[in-house]
Design a binder for this molecule. Structure first.
Ligand code: NAD
Ligand code: ZN
Length: 369
């Protein structure tokens, strides 16, 4: 870590030609929002979409900051939780938009965790065939992952993220101060995606996490900023190389095929996204040992870091193997009936494989129960 990770806000650029944008990471950014929005030359009318937990803490600070530049932004809230990532919620939001006097220069701010980012992003992608979107992520998961990269959408009862679009934000403003009010379980859930970024792309970062994860959970400002920045750099690099997931981008789905299956089977309540991904990565490590040459010691290091973060490593008996397999098949990463899995060759290097058989999958699930 270097001196650049302290004090002044950090900037990470997502290079996507005319859709390029900055991710700004730092303390106190919410109250300086107008300053960061100004260069984008958006209109004077915005809408802030948030959830009720985040609204009560941060919506006022943000609206006041925007009003300094004469921007008026109505606040629309959804109920907190994954169940709000639905067509029903999206529809409710769509129907409120026409009365807000928006035009094609108006913009939408997603203020909240990944649920708000995904559903509000979907509304921004579709309303008037697309209006500008600014992501203001307030959960660790949203700051390290979901606010970056332009995937937006909602779930169907049958599966996660089955309806959606690509809609890149114009700016991501990650105010690390907001993490102070995030419940501990949500912080751990977000850490699952942090571990994922190290495991698929950066062995040195993975080692750093093994040494320093306690600092992150203690919300040490330097450690948190380092984590958010490094994850955003990794995600920006992968998304810049493959915006629409025709290849490389799929590595970001490590742990997600089974994770999504578990989320759908638990009907989007009770199990947090990061918790499902943690268990999905443990199964992924098993399959990686069998089909991608991941060493046993490295698989153990992944397992141990997940456990040290207080995340689940065992699926328990809640899920039937047959149901998990069926739900995994419905996940959109199944191609021509073949399941494609992200596997680790080693810590820091992921591959996409269709070598995993039903029997391998079943075995991995059984080992992780
Ligand atoms: N689009 C993508 O590329 C992408 C990537 C990863 C994950 N996701 C999605 O992200 C979602 C999970 O996001 P999440 O974990 O942020 O969940 P979330 O949005 O439900 O937020 C977690 C909880 O924390 C609360 N919260 C958020 N910020 C807070 C704060 N600062 N203080 C107090 N409470 C706060 C929320 O109200 C909620 O109850 C999943 O739907 C997942 O599929 C999307
Ligand atoms: Zn995820």
């Amino acid at each position: 870590m270097d001196s650049k990770t302290t004090g002044v806000p950090q900037r990470v650029r997502v290079e996507l030609g005319e859709r390029s944008y900055d991710i700004v990471i730092g303390s106190g950014l919410l109250s300086q929002a107008a300053e960061y929005l100004r260069p984008l030359k958006l209109g004077k009318r915005g809408v802030i979409i948030t959830d009720t937990n985040v609204e009560s803490r941060y919506a006022d600070v943000l609206s006041k900051a925007l009003s300094k530049d004469g921007i008026s932004a109505e606040v629309l809230s959804v109920t907190p939780g994954e169940a709000s990532k639905s067509l029903r919620q999206a529809n409710r939001l769509f129907e409120k938009m026409p009365s807000l006097g928006l035009d094609r220069h108006s913009f939408l701010i997603a203020l909240g965790g990944g649920v708000v980012g995904d559903v509000a992003g979907y509304v921004a992608a579709c309303y008037l065939r697309g209006i500008a979107l600014v992501q203001v992520p307030t959960s660790l998961l949203a700051q390290v992952d979901s606010s970056v990269g332009g995937k937006v959408g909602v779930n169907l009862p049958q599966g996660k993220n089955l309806v959606g679009a690509f809609h890149q934000p114009r700016l991501v403003l990650a105010d690390t101060d907001t993490l102070a009010t995030l419940p501990a379980r949500e912080l751990r859930s977000g850490f699952a995606e942090v571990i994922k970024h190290g495991a698929i792309r950066d062995a040195a970062f993975f080692e750093w996490l093994e040494r320093e994860h306690r600092q992150v959970f203690a919300l040490d400002a330097v450690a948190v900023t380092h984590v958010v920045r490094r994850c955003c750099e990794i995600k920006a690099e992968v998304v810049s190389a493959d915006e629409r997931e025709s290849g490389l981008r799929a590595i970001l789905n490590f742990g997600h095929t089974l994770g999504h299956a578990m989320e759908a089977l638990s009907e989007y309540v009770g199990l947090l996204h990061g918790e499902a991904i943690a268990m999905g990565m443990c199964c992924g490590a098993q399959m990686s040992m069998k089909r991608a040459g991941l060493g046993e010691a490295e698989a153990k290091r992944l397992h141990d870091l997940i456990a040290a973060a207080g995340l689940p490593t065992k699926l328990g008996k809640t899920f039937k193997v047959s149901e998990l397999l069926a739900a995994a098949r419905l996940d959109k990463k199944a191609r021509n009936g073949k399941l494609r899995f992200v596997l680790l060759k080693r810590l820091g290097e992921a591959i996409i494989s269709d070598a995993v058989t039903d029997a391998d999958l079943e075995e991995a699930v059984n080992v992780c129960r």
